[in-house]
Design a protein around this ligand. Structure first.
Ligand code: MG
Ligand code: MN
Length: 644
């Protein structure tokens, strides 16, 4: 039997010196992911400081983690160049000149990154900007499953290198300098060809990410890689592998030779409670199938820390232990460490330019868009969002199996009083509209999602939303509050239909997704284009990832009805819609109406609704409303007549 030469040498050396067993070396892989141009701790959409995000905040955690263990490499896992308004500034408003340093790389060069992978959003501004920006970073970008398209239509070389060998001199536990060769493979969700088809068709093609990793491992091993780390711009999904998976990270643990996986794309935290019950996951160690995994949230909210203990008892480095954690920059809204002032300073000009950009008009409102009367049927503020979603979805479904199905656009009034208080309404006034107004119209950072439902399921969806209202008894004496304690962000309205809601009937649904009262129906007269909804036909409902994956516990909304998920947030889609229109005109045409509530023996029932004082003028002009009092929380209480 022949022993490998290093082993023989090491054995000989220990015989000669009587040395103890070989020393261990602690290697640390630090990672950021889905920074989305949140380079500083400022929410440019809301125009306010936010110390829970920002690469200048993550940088402080990186310095801390390096001080704990200097044997560290730093990687970025993609979705870097697009997202927060500073991305638009660098791409479109003050577009990067030839040779100019992109603000993301201005920050990252100061932080000493070793390597990055492209995320799907790197392609949003087209290939030209992406390639132009690559003059800046002093570290390479990888893209192992994105290929240039050859003239014959086949896949050519990768757009960026698929992998890279980092040779580093680190210090082992005995204090000796030791060489470690770290192979890094970068792959991303292959769906860029659907999401950015207008910019990439004819130029690029994508392949399966897991196969690309399998292809690169022997190449890196042949170059002497001691450790292999995969940068996977993809989420962790325990469903069976299908090939060309969007969220393929989970499968990498099963690939022989992969030692650690950096994940992202779904803006979650691993290890973390989102992944309780995931088969093979150990959330206390941060492993899947024994291999360390990390996902560092989004926007700089977390730092990914993978710790590997290497030992060389066999004559070459082997992994003795691996674990991972995601360290938050903030706890309960408060940052743990001060922001890195060097980075904040380096981005000062870009920050100024971005503030000017978000405060400048993107369009002109020809009248008010507000939600004061949204629970009584006003639609203007919601219709603007619904129209933006519809325009986007019409393009997204093109060329998919869903093309041609009727599209319904779901929007809920997110800001409509309730528990957050009487000032909590969407209120965009006539005049110039800025980006922060788009945040008022759509406050959540949801991604647009499209679900496929039958007509019967669409009716159930509306029944679930109509649970917002209390059951009104026309015969009952005394005040009856119209709105129950369900949050109104679950009161989805389906634009594209018209229908009635009969609040004299009991709710068909309770809190959960199951029918509670099978005989109860509140929704009536559902029409689409003047025709009754066909309960047997398929419809596409445009909503968001929150709703589609179970938020609000709507029937069928457990993720299995999802047809398409866009790579854009509903708010980004709204901003683009307003910008493209220039002028926006409020339209309060009803989508739904209350079915008439009959009088009881003593006349109309005393139905009550609370409206914030900002809606006083609108309420005064509404024939259905009679002002009664201002309550202790500061809401104006009105009597509302829903009679015939
Ligand atoms: Mg992504
Ligand atoms: Mn992302």
């Amino acid at each position: 039997m022949r022993f490998p030469r290093p082993f023989v040498l090491a054995a000989l050396l220990s015989l000669l010196t009587g040395a103890a067993p070989a020393a261990e070396l602690k290697l640390r892989v630090l990672s950021t992911t889905d920074i989305h141009m949140n380079l500083v701790d400022y929410d440019f959409v809301r125009d306010e400081a936010d110390e829970t995000i920002g690469l200048n905040r993550t940088a402080a955690l990186i310095a801390e983690a390096r001080a704990e263990n200097p044997n560290a490499i730093l990687v970025d896992n993609g979705d870097l160049l697009q997202g927060a308004p500073m991305g638009d500034v660098a791409a479109r408003v003050r577009p990067l000149k030839d040779g100019e340093l992109h603000p993301a790389y201005a920050a990252m060069n100061l932080m000493g990154y070793d390597v990055a992978v492209a995320g799907n959003h790197e392609f949003n501004y087209g290939l030209e900007l992406l390639e132009r920006a690559q003059v800046g970073p002093n570290f390479p970008m990888l893209a192992g499953n994105v290929y240039r398209l050859k003239a014959d239509g086949s896949a050519g070389e990768t757009l960026f290198p698929a992998s890279l060998l980092l040779t580093r001199s680190f210090t082992d536990d005995a204090g000796a300098a030791r060489e470690v060769k770290i192979g890094v493979i970068g792959v991303l969700t292959p769906q860029i060809m659907n999401w950015d088809k207008d910019k990439l068709t004819g130029k690029l093609t994508t392949g399966d990410a897991v196969e690309a990793v399998e292809r690169e491992i022997p190449l890196l091993k042949a170059q002497g890689a001691d450790v292999i780390v995969v940068l996977a711009h993809a989420g962790i999904n325990g469903q069976p592998r299908q090939g060309m998976d969007e969220n393929f990270s989970y499968y990498l643990a099963k690939v022989q030779g992969v030692d650690a996986v950096v994940t992202g794309h779904s803006h979650r935290v691993f290890p973390g409670k989102d992944y309780e019950g995931l088969a093979g996951a150990d959330l206390s160690r941060g492993t899947i199938d024994g291999k360390p995994y990390v996902m560092a949230g989004s926007f700089g909210s977390h730092l990914g820390v993978i710790d590997l203990t290497l030992e060389d008892a066999s004559g070459k480095w082997a992994i003795k232990d691996g674990r991972a954690e995601a360290r938050p920059v903030a706890e309960k809204g408060k940052a743990r460490l001060p922001a890195d002032a060097k980075i904040t300073e380096a981005l000062k000009d870009w920050t100024e330019a971005t503030l000017a950009y978000i405060r400048a008009p993107i369009g002109e409102a020809k009248g008010p868009f507000n939600t004061y009367l949204a629970l009584l049927g006003d639609t203007a503020a919601l219709r603007l969002v619904a129209d933006a979603q519809l325009g986007y979805a019409q393009k997204l479904v093109q060329g998919t199996p869903y093309e041609g199905l009727p599209l319904l656009s779901a929007v809920a009034p997110f800001r409509v009083g309730g528990r957050p208080g009487p000032d909590y309404y969407t209120d965009v006034k006539a005049g110039p509209v800025a980006i922060k107004d788009a945040a008022d119209l759509y406050i959540y950072p949801n991604m647009l999602a499209i679900v496929k439902l039958t007509g019967a399921e669409v009716r159930e969806y509306l029944e679930k939303a109509a649970r917002l209202f209390n059951q009104i008894d026309p015969a009952k004496a005394g005040p009856q509050p119209l709105v129950g304690n369900m949050p109104a962000y679950n009161f989805d309205i389906l634009f594209g239909l018209t229908y009635t809601i009969d609040v004299t009937r009991p709710a068909r649904y309770g809190r959960g997704p199951a029918i509670e009262d099978p005989n109860a129906f509140r929704i009536g007269d559902i029409l689409i284009g003047g025709e009754p909804l066909d309960e047997t036909k398929d419809y596409l409902v445009i909503t968001n990832n929150y709703r589609a994956n179970g938020g609000g516990e709507f029937p069928r909304m457990d993720g299995t009805a999802v047809a398409l998920v866009a790579p854009e947030t509903n708010r980004e889609i709204l901003i683009e819609h307003i910008r493209a229109r220039g002028e926006i005109v409020p339209d309060n045409t009803p989508v739904w109406r209350f079915a008439p509530v009959p009088d009881g023996p003593n006349g109309p029932p005393d139905i009550r609704i609370e409206i914030g004082p900002g809606g006083a003028a609108l309420a005064a002009a509404d024939q259905r409303l009679t002002r009664i009092e201002t309550n202790a929380e500061g809401f104006d209480v009105y009597g509302v007549k829903l009679g015939p």
